[in-house]
Design a protein around this ligand. Structure first.
Ligand code: GRG
Length: 393
């Protein structure tokens, strides 16, 4: 349920927020924006602005430049924040891909297609997608398809929206969308839209804004958005926005960073972000940054590397990424690396896994960490893949 103390805190902090916006506005007029296609795609406003504030603090006029980070950042800035162990992470992802019998592989067996998307997208952002056998992966993905058109998490598993998007995304990474029977897959997805515009995850009917995002993202990639009622889908998503500015999984459900990504991403893809109060939402999002620099998923919870993706992507789509301290967040993510064996964990010194490795690297990409390919905040695919889908074809 909606957290009322959080709402009153927002009202109390309203003045600070206005000051932050005014200062951010001033900054926009004075400093030239860094170029970032992923950032400018959805907002239509200035692309990337340097971070101005740590959550809850009024920015000072000269704090922006000292926190700047871009893909061309000088070595000294990177040294200050720490170094991403690219080779180690590549090795870690490849080792996870090969494991079939250990404990982690067995407990992840039912969501192996999600795991493939996380691991392969990480490799692509790190510039190492060619280290895997593309034909083998594509053939395995296609064996996960059910006769209904949807995909299961592994061969012989029941179909679900969650795995159908991962299948489409993995094929998109390899530029192999054409192996799909597009009519069949898109009919499966469109068939899960309900009368109120919401989407179920599968034939059993659970409704969640995750599935709205998945339907919209998948159909957009397949150029089949006209198969659903977009207007009703958008109306349903907007009905899941709370008084605190954040979104939940159904109307009235507590705001959560993961659902924010789904709702904001779906609104961005359908060109509907103008319906959202970006300052109110931006304030909820920037309050997710805690002292360590990491982000949490909702008030009073611990930070977790995965929220670097769920929160940052939204801040970028609504053009408010300068409301958090980017450099502190970079440092938090880098502190979660296993510097010897590769991989990234949820928090410093915890065990690494492929999910957090993906979200850590993807978060760093959104923050323009040097040496990483740019990732699109709405489609969660490398910008060059998204461009291939929408621009060059
Ligand atoms: C293509 C990136 C991409 C996603 C596809 C499945 C999906 C669409 C989005 C999932 C969004 C979501 C709900 C993410 C949250 C995941 C998560 C870490 C949940 C943990 O929730 P709690 O309540 O954790 O256990 P906290 O941090 O609140 O204690």
């Amino acid at each position: 349920m909606l957290n009322s103390s959080c709402v009153s805190l927002k009202i109390k902090n309203g003045l600070k927020c206005v000051k932050a916006q005014q200062s951010a506005q001033k900054k926009k007029q004075t400093s030239p924006p860094l170029h970032s296609p992923a950032r400018s795609r959805y907002s239509g406003v200035a692309p990337f602005q340097s971070p101005l504030i740590v959550s809850g603090e009024v920015p000072t006029t000269n704090s922006a430049t000292s926190h700047s980070l871009s893909r061309q950042s000088p070595v000294s800035t990177i040294r200050r924040m720490g170094e991403l162990k690219i080779e180690k992470h590549v090795k870690y992802i490849l080792s996870v891909e090969k494991r079939k019998d250990d404990f982690v592989s067995v407990v992840m067996e039912h969501l192996r297609l999600n795991g493939a998307y996380w691991g392969l997208t990480t490799l692509d952002i790190l510039g190492k997608l060619d280290a895997v056998d593309q034909d083998e992966v594509v053939s395995w993905v296609m064996q996960c398809q059910h006769e209904s058109g949807g995909f299961g998490g592994n061969i012989g598993h029941d179909p679900h929206m969650l795995y159908t998007l991962s299948a489409i995304q993995v094929l998109a990474l390899f530029d192999k969308i054409e192996v799909l029977d597009i009519e069949k897959v898109s009919n499966y997805i469109a068939g899960l839209q309900n009368d109120d515009g919401s989407f179920s995850g599968d034939m059993w009917g659970e409704v969640d804004t995750r599935f709205s995002y998945i339907a919209i993202c998948s159909l957009a990639i397949l150029h089949q958005l006209d198969k659903i009622n977009v207007e009703r889908a958008v109306k349903y998503i907007l009905s899941c926005q709370n008084l605190d500015g954040g979104f939940g999984c159904t109307p009235g459900a507590e705001s959560h960073a993961g659902q924010n990504f789904c709702c904001v991403g779906a609104l961005a893809i359908t060109g509907s972000l103008h319906h959202v109060d970006k300052d109110l939402l931006g304030w909820w999002l920037c309050e997710r940054q805690v002292k360590s620099g990491g982000l949490n998923g909702r008030p009073e919870k611990l930070p977790d590397v995965c929220y670097s993706w769920w929160v940052l992507s939204c801040l970028i789509m609504i053009d408010r990424v300068h409301w958090i301290d980017n450099e502190k967040l970079v440092k938090f993510i880098l502190d979660c690396q296993d510097k010897e064996n590769g991989g990234i964990s949820d928090r410093p010194d915890d065990a690494v896994d492929v999910f957090h490795t993906y979200f850590g690297v993807a978060g760093l990409s959104l923050l323009e960490y040097p040496g990483l390919k740019a990732i699109d905040p709405a489609y969660a695919l490398p910008v060059e893949v998204v461009d291939r889908i929408f621009v060059s074809k």
